[in-house]
Design a protein around this ligand. Structure first.
Ligand code: MTE
Length: 320
């Protein structure tokens, strides 16, 4: 997503298990484990993340498509705070501290405040959701996330009638994020994203704390990130420290950088090309020169039945 150059090609670095073991362990006891399928159980047994397996009774929370291997998910990343190349987030995040962590929830809510992540998570039952992630650069993955609905969290803090949007902000810390201290990124830090309130309250919108049954690695947005599976990946902001409810549409990082290339909505749409490349198809990772694994991109990334109603009557070409 560099402004001047096109998307870069995969560098396939492998993440060893020891990289994860070095990460701090996720606090235990967050979730109920009712209905754990063999799939979730096997992974949960290897680490303290307790979660309910992907629910089969809600088809959109689960896809049977082949999972992208964990080594690709954790080594081919976009996290510009750690550098511009796909391998930089893994390479440069070894010392990242995801604990202690607090999140400010403020703006148009009845209960504003800054809360320890443990307190935010305590009442939330974690569950696995297997979602497609489609990057605006035309590559995609299938990732087993562990998290909970953003709607459940927002309800606890009681949005007021004036709240129409939700703004999310990533940690700003030059000591931990090398690129925040350099002028070359061109990004006005901290990274910011936003959703309309109804998008934020949609049951598919997830706050993730883990992937592949383990706590999120730093390069994938530890300890708390957003996942909005029907939107381009840049909406899925990482390492969140603030969630602000507001009556005004928030300014968002990529839109501020290049408004003609990255819209506020950023719904996956194969019919609306990026000004510099088509969005009609995508490389599903793992992909290589010899085996590109190119597939057709689906409207709303395949979540049309669930989310199309949110945009009834809206010109999706203009509101890209
Ligand atoms: N969040 C922050 N704070 N900084 C970033 O650079 N990159 C976004 C999004 N969230 C980004 C971010 C982009 S462009 C994508 S495609 C996804 O994270 C990638 O998530 P992944 O690296 O876990 O696959």
């Amino acid at each position: 997503m560099l402004i001047k150059t096109g998307p870069s090609i995969a560098s396939s670095e492998i993440t060893s298990e020891s990289v994860y073991l070095k990460r701090r362990q996720f606090m235990a006891g967050a979730a109920g484990v009712a209905g754990v399928a063999a799939f979730g159980q096997a992974r949960a047994a290897q680490n303290p993340l307790k979660y309910r397996a992907a629910s089969l009774d809600h088809s959109a929370y689960y896809t049977a498509e082949k999972l992208t291997p964990e080594s690709d998910v954790t080594s081919y990343c976009n996290f510009y705070e750690f550098g511009n190349d796909k391998g930089d987030p893994l390479k440069n995040s070894g010392d990242f501290k995801a604990k202690p962590w607090s999140v400010t929830i403020d703006g148009d809510v009845a209960k504003p405040g800054t809360y320890n992540l443990e307190d935010i998570l305590a009442p939330q039952a974690l569950e696995e959701r297997i979602y497609r992630l489609r990057c605006v650069e035309a590559w995609s993955m299938v990732v087993p996330w562990v998290g909970f609905s953003l709607a459940d969290l927002l309800k606890r803090f009681e949005p007021s009638g004036s709240a129409k949007y939700v703004e999310f902000t990533t940690l700003e810390d030059k000591a931990q994020f090398p690129a925040q201290g350099s002028f070359s990124s061109g990004i006005d830090w901290p990274y910011r994203e936003g959703l309309r309130l109804d998008e934020a309250m949609h049951p598919l919108t997830l706050l993730a704390v883990g992937l592949y049954g383990k706590e999120l690695p730093a390069q994938n947005g530890a300890p708390l990130r957003l996942i909005v599976p029907w939107k381009y990946g840049f909406k899925s902001i990482k390492s969140i420290v603030r969630i602000r409810l507001t009556s005004k549409k928030p300014a968002t990082t990529w839109n501020m950088l290049a408004a003609d290339e990255y819209g506020f909505y950023a719904n996956v749409n194969p019919q609306v090309s990026h000004p510099r490349w088509s969005q009609a198809s995508e490389r599903r990772l793992p992909s290589s020169l010899w085996s590109p694994n190119r597939i057709e991109t689906k409207m709303f990334n395949g979540y049309q039945d669930e989310v199309a109603d949110l945009y009834t009557g809206m010109n999706l070409r203009r509101n890209f």
